[in-house]
Write a protein that binds this ligand. Structure first.
Ligand code: NAP
Length: 260
């Protein structure tokens, strides 16, 4: 059945069950907005369970993987889910495909909510690369590098014994990445002043960042522009075909076709 085949249908109880795939600020914000706006919705927020204490605001939260696309399709059927919002992170590369396949299988509509990417401004020195391995390969002339890519893909930089790395992550890496340098555990939002101070005191010459978008971690890019520091910017992974919106407001508009 096509993804929007159920558009406009009314469930027996009149209450629609919505599964939101979370792990992002937008997902949590959406849950709060739905609690305010659409009282005839039953909302379930799902986390992968990567972080120790996810910040959420939903009565119904589930944590942990579903067991691939098949497991997710079974869950959708078993839990009588009517609508899915895939609000996983712009760099959560696999779940979006599982979501698309499972919704297609279960015959329910799906929307991808993914915040817009950062745009390059005058004065930025960006070297855009398609993935983390290419980001690592782009560091030949860099010496003091600020890695702001999270904690899961640090191994790609292990070959550089003679460079110095400032690694910033919310939680400690699972495995010791054996990178020479400093580990900084911190959660955004970060201020421009704070980022200017960090880049200056650590004498950073290159930042490696994923193009995650959003306000919480943009200050490092503004600080880099100000200081003339190069940014190796990793592009986002592709999305499956289907509707995609950039904001919670647009998500609420889209949901309007299914709920009154
Ligand atoms: P991923 O590669 O797309 O997904 C890997 C597996 O994690 C999926 O196959 C699925 O397991 C499970 N999973 C992912 N999101 C889930 C969710 N919302 N609910 C239940 N299971 C989920 O994702 P990832 O890069 O490992 O990221 C994991 C989570 O952290 C995501 O929810 C994402 O929104 C959040 N996050 C990721 C990043 C990043 O940079 N990658 C940054 C911030 C937050 P099964 O196949 O078993 O269902």
């Amino acid at each position: 059945m096509g993804e929007n085949a159920l558009a406009g249908s009314i469930s027996v109880s009149g209450i629609k069950r919505v599964l939101i795939l979370g792990g992002t600020t937008e997902a949590s914000l959406l849950v709060r907005r739905l609690a305010d706006d659409h009282r005839n919705l039953d909302v379930i927020l799902s986390f992968a369970g990567r972080t120790v204490a996810p910040q959420y605001a939903s009565k119904q939260v589930r944590i942990g993987g579903f067991g691939g696309a098949e497991g997710l399709a079974s869950y959708l059927r078993h839990e009588l889910i009517d609508i899915m919002i895939d609000a996983t992170h712009p760099f959560a590369a696999r779940m979006r495909w599982n979501a698309a396949a499972a919704c297609s299988d279960a015959g329910i509509p799906r929307l991808r909510l993914e915040r817009g990417p950062w745009q390059q401004h005058a004065g930025d020195i960006w070297h855009i690369v398609p993935d983390i391995d290419q980001a690592s390969a782009a560091l030949a002339w860099s010496q003091r590098i600020f890695l702001t890519i999270g904690r899961q893909e640090l191994a790609a930089f292990e070959g550089y014994a003679n460079k110095w790395f400032l690694v910033r992550a919310i939680e400690p890496p699972d495995l010791d990445p054996s990178l020479p340098g400093e580990l900084l555990l911190a959660r955004g939002p970060f201020s421009i002043e704070g980022e200017l101070d960090l880049l200056t005191t650590r004498r950073i010459d290159t930042i490696v960042s994923k193009n995650s978008g959003g306000n919480a971690t943009e200050a490092k890019l503004i600080a880099a522009r100000h200081l003339g520091i190069k940014v190796v910017m990793v592009e986002r992974p592709p999305n499956p075909p289907g509707p995609l919106v950039r904001s919670v407001a647009a998500t609420l508009d889209w949901l309007g076709q299914f709920v009154s």
